[in-house]
Design a protein around this ligand. Structure first.
Ligand code: SF4
Length: 378
């Protein structure tokens, strides 16, 4: 089973914190051309997967904003996925943003076999949504959720912490309202001020008023408590699911398993290589017109790197990394491979080691990035 990600690099507008590869505004001709090229890539990769006898177990269409596509474009893309990819009862997720979802699009998604929708809500305070540059309101978010809930089997909602002028109470109010809607899955992401964004410029000019680290930590800890009280299980640092509703697709990444990325700037981890598609629309186009995959970078992953990545990604999961899984995959005991790192982190109280494996401790969670860094040497 393989996982496939498809990138749709178009949005209604550019959010002020966003550094993803996405183009704002109409882009009608570019969008039309892009979808033709993407179908070429789908057919090349699909053929390769079919010939090798692989099946696609999870398919994730993200972006950008896939639901910014017009009805006919969206239907055409989903149809192309079904025709070219060897799908086998896949978990099929599409990302959506409020304000880009209507009854017709939801019907197209549902009738095409999409069984999971990930809705970017982020916050339910209209003033803060405007500060974030989100082109929707809280009412749009509720409307979009209700439409999705009625027609798509599994619905996930993204919200954010650490936002400008956000307090613990306002964060918890958003969370409580979202929980009241009845999602199957909630992701809670913390704001990072990324370079070359509107927020980076505002931050540099002292115009962005962000909550302090301790306040953000309180948002996350109290958010976790509320989600747990409502039957959600935290299974990854930022992800909470009702029983049986964890994202299978994202679990592929956290288990450091192979996946294929399609579309502008997408990444793959395939045949022990990290593979990068061109982010340049002209190069992407020219390679596909020439009948080649639009790949511009291929990096071999050594066995040692694979082990380190497996630790770094696996420790994001609440279950951590199991000794048995590691030794089945690498033929070595992770306690031998990483004895120094484990002993250092254990002494600092940042990880827990029991007879099944190792995982982050309560104390390790807030400084998870430091823990991950311990495992990376190459
Ligand atoms: S909708 Fe998502 S991808 Fe698009 S600009 Fe906003 S944050 Fe970036």
């Amino acid at each position: 089973m393989v996982s496939v990600y498809i990138h749709i690099p178009f949005c209604l507008a550019k959010c002020h914190y966003c550094d993803f590869l996405s183009f704002p505004g109409g882009q009608h001709q570019f969008r039309k051309d892009y979808l033709v090229l993407l179908e070429k890539e789908l057919s090349l990769r699909g053929r390769e997967l079919s010939v090798a006898g692989h099946h696609v177990g999870t398919l994730y269409i993200g972006g950008g904003t896939p639901t910014v596509l017009h009805e006919a474009e969206l239907g055409g893309l989903l149809d192309a996925c079904r025709r070219h990819l060897p799908l086998e009862d896949p978990e099929w997720t599409v990302e959506a943003n409020p304000g880009t979802l209507d009854r017709e699009k939801v019907d197209i998604l549902a009738s095409s076999g999409v069984n999971r929708l990930s809705l970017g809500v982020q916050d339910l305070d209209d003033r803060r949504l405007a500060i974030l540059g989100r082109p929707h309101t809280a009412a749009d978010a509720k409307r979009a959720f209700t439409l999705a809930r009625d027609h798509i089997p599994s619905v996930s909602v993204d919200i954010m912490s650490g936002l400008p002028e956000q307090t613990v109470d306002s964060f918890l109010n958003t969370l409580a309202t979202v929980i009241g809607w009845g999602p199957d899955h909630v992701s809670v992401y913390s704001l990072n001020v990324e370079e070359e964004t509107v927020f980076a410029a505002q931050y540099g000019a002292g115009m962005l008023h962000l909550p302090g680290e301790e306040e953000v930590l309180r948002m996350l800890l109290s958010g976790k408590e509320v989600l747990t009280q409502h039957g959600f299980e935290q299974y990854e640092i930022a992800n909470f699911a009702q029983p049986g509703k964890a994202s299978r697709h994202n679990s592929t990444y956290w288990h450091n398993r192979p996946y294929i990325g399609l579309g502008l700037g997408s990444h793959s981890y395939w045949m022990d290589k990290r593979i990068v598609n061109s982010s340049d629309p002209v190069i992407y186009r020219n390679l596909l017109i020439a009948g080649q995959l639009p790949i511009t970078e291929v990096i071999s992953v050594s066995r040692r790197q694979e082990m380190e990545d497996t630790m770094m990604l696996g420790l994001r999961l609440l279950a951590g990394v199991h000794f048995k899984d590691f030794s089945c995959r690498f033929g070595e005991d992770l306690r031998d491979v990483f004895s120094v790192e484990i002993s250092r982190l254990h002494q600092a109280g940042l990880i827990i080691s029991d007879n099944t494996g190792i995982r982050l401790s309560e104390r390790g969670f807030p400084v998870a990035n430091l823990v991950f860094a311990e495992f990376i040497t190459v």
